[in-house]
Write a protein that binds this ligand. Structure first.
Ligand code: C5P
Length: 298
């Protein structure tokens, strides 16, 4: 018997970053949108915990117990007094170290899959608490849709959206480390007063209305200057997507994946073609969002 869970990637339509806290984390106002690029996590009873991975980026995924999927299984098992004796297989389609919460998706996916396999009956609030222990973006991978995350980004409020948005994603030749991008943010911020992060009212209204042009005018990412500082070539990718007709172009989360909002499916295809022809990125994908969070497949 095995259980498979499908988990979406995310893009941040707003990422407002406050000053570094004493614990090293940053307070955020983080508006997440789950988009239709998915990892699938399958758990099967086994002699002992092990992780395998398939997909174009599989070589970059750690298969030891530092993998968020393995840590999720261990965390749930420990709470419930169960042995985490499962084989976790990840079919990976979300870029690794890309700023699209690929690792968080695997953590949330493994958690939900183990919960179903072991029939723990754990309440949703307990699963969300385990997610928050695993990482700031993991709770959102579980719930999906659209949400505002505050604190480290783990305290979520679901947001209404008035329709789907068409996105194009350009994957870069190499990854970026999230802690390194936050460190660069701190370095660039030195000597400046950093305002409290707050969600943009215009942005929330645009999401609620399903208005792509208004959303494009309101998106922002405070980590973008830091990501560009560490990976200056991303500016060429952003420019190529704009030239292809994107309503807006931004770095996704801590990057280096770049995200392009398009007016409709046809326009998204044009942006994707322009990006592919530009030679400024590794692969290009289109996806719509919001989509539901981690889901057990029948
Ligand atoms: O929570 P998570 O383990 O995903 O965070 C990875 C790293 O990103 C942290 O170690 C920290 O360096 C940085 N981070 C941060 N502030 C946040 C979230 C993440 O500084 N709110």
């Amino acid at each position: 018997m095995s259980v498979t869970v499908r988990v979406p990637a995310k893009v941040n339509v707003q990422l407002a970053v406050g000053a570094a806290r004493p614990d090293g984390f940053h307070d955020l106002a983080n508006v997440f949108l789950a988009v239709g690029l998915y990892d699938e996590v399958t758990v099967t009873p086994a002699e002992e915990l092990r992780v395998t991975c398939e997909g174009p980026d599989a070589g970059q995924v750690p298969l030891d117990h530092t993998n968020l999927a393995a840590r999720a299984a261990v965390a749930l098992a420990r709470r419930r007094g169960i042995e985490p004796a499962v084989h976790i297989h990840i079919a990976k389609d979300i870029p690794v170290a890309g700023g699209m919460a690929g690792g968080s998706a695997d953590g949330a996916g493994a958690l939900l899959a183990c919960d179903a396999l072991w029939a723990t009956g754990a309440p949703r609030a307990e699963l969300l608490a385990v997610c928050a222990e695993l990482g700031s973006d993991v709770p959102f991978s579980l719930v999906g849709g659209a949400a505002l995350g505050v604190g480290r980004g783990e305290r979520l409020t679901a947001l209404e959206t008035g329709g789907g948005f068409h996105w194009v994603f350009a994957m870069a030749e190499r990854g970026l480390s999230t802690p390194a991008v936050f460190r660069e943010f701190d370095r660039l911020a030195e000597g400046r007063r950093i305002p409290e992060p707050v969600a943009s009212r215009e942005l929330l209204q645009a999401l609620a209305a399903g208005d792509a042009e208004a959303l494009a005018a309101a998106v922002s990412n405070d980590l973008q200057p830091a990501a560009l500082s560490l990976f200056p070539e991303l500016a060429d990718t952003l420019e190529a997507g704009r030239a292809g007709g994107a309503l807006t172009a931004l770095v996704s989360g801590s990057g280096p994946t770049t995200a392009f909002l398009a007016r409709d499916a046809e326009s998204a295809e044009k942006v994707a073609q322009t990006l592919r022809a530009s030679g400024t990125c590794r692969t290009v994908r289109t996806a719509t969002g919001p989509v539901p969070g981690a889901t057990v497949l029948p």
